[in-house]
Design a protein. Structure first.
Length: 95
């Protein structure tokens, strides 16, 4: 539940929304948003779906059941891929 609380707060802030504004978008009170962000309560399935729609994220991401990494800093990390063209090397490399 703590990852959900962290993600909803992070998403709200990164979208420049107050708790009150987010509450209005998903038809709940700002107090409810505060409870979700503190980890005191979990939203209903309808509210979770509405939050996913507002933030354009998957439910798995919002609930923390994914493989994404949430970074504390604003640094961006990427993955470099190397393309190996055909034919690939089939003989072992000796050292």
């Amino acid at each position: 539940m703590l990852l959900f609380a962290k993600r909803i707060k992070e998403l709200r802030k990164s979208n420049g929304l107050t708790q009150e504004e987010l509450g209005k978008l998903v038809n709940i009170s700002k107090v409810s948003i505060s409870f979700y962000e503190s980890g005191a309560r979990m939203p209903s399935l309808d509210t979770l779906t509405a939050l996913c729609d507002v933030f354009k994220v998957d439910l798995e991401y919002l609930l923390g059941q994914d493989n994404y990494v949430v970074e504390e800093s604003k640094k961006e990390y990427g993955l470099s891929l190397i393309h190996i063209s055909e034919p690939t090397r089939r003989t072992p490399i000796s050292y």
